[in-house]
Ligand binder design. Sequence first.
Ligand code: CU
Length: 158
Amino acid sequence: MRSMIPVFCLFVLLVNVSPANADNHMHPKIGDLTISHIWSRATPPTAKSGVAYLHIENKGNTDDTLVSVSSPAAGSTMVHETTVEDGVMKMSHVMALKIPAGQTVELKPSGLHVMLMGLKSPLKATESYKLTLTFQKAGEITIDVPILLPGKTLEHAH
Ligand SMILES: [Cu+2]
């Protein structure tokens, strides 16, 4: 048995460094837009709201606009922006989020985010839920949002 151990360890090491494993999240596309860095934070059992983050890259020559977001996981869903005014953190509703041609708009902690209000059930780590994004030009796309443990952020390995 003793001689088996090093072989097993080497196998685990190879699995951990495989490129497929380092970049196993999805990059859904619609029209000129590519969605990436999709994740959500797990919530405590009593939480009534949650957040989702993602990047939207516009590879086209014309601007697009994210006009609405919705999810069966929540009563209402909208894009928010966190700003700090006079040392006070505020969240404001972004009615229409411009996705300029040739640029990437990042929804990430401490900035733009998708706010899920009236959660139907807590967001549990390792599970996922559906989120539908509607763009003025590109149309509608439904993506899977994976839920990460509280305190974890998405590690990206590109
Ligand atoms: Cu918010």
